[in-house]
Design a protein. Sequence first.
Length: 169
Amino acid sequence: MCVLSATARIAICGQAPGARVHASGIAFLDASGDRLRRWLGVDTDAFYDARRFAIVPMGFCFPGLDRNGGDLPPRKECAGLWHSRVFAAMPQIELFVLVGGYAHRWHLGADDNGNVTATVANWREALRRRPAFAPLPHPSWRNSGWLKRNAWFEAEVLPHLRRRVHALV
């Protein structure tokens, strides 16, 4: 579920594998992954090509389900233990695609009290950093309402993101 690479220039930093992904052993092999690949403007072959993309979730294992059947958050100790080491081994990464609030907070130190909308709305500043960061909402179907309420995301953010991704792959 974690794919390291000596050549990838883009890192996909998600939350933690869900139950289906945990069972398959392949990150984003679900409807969320389909939406994420559409957002990035890449096909499945390109997305899973380790020469192009590194996939490093905030948690490396399925964290379990809450009492309502939703995924629990990634385990906090995982990122603290591994992320510095993992990214030190991949200094060539030029773009971090941050999928969801947990990745936003870890990589950007987002101080927006978990407000994904505020972090994503600040996408221009994040993309100007070196390395660059692209904060995205989680591509889950559960965020379909968010996407409808925030039409600027698809109209403004995604075209810029796709151009950046295509330039790097």
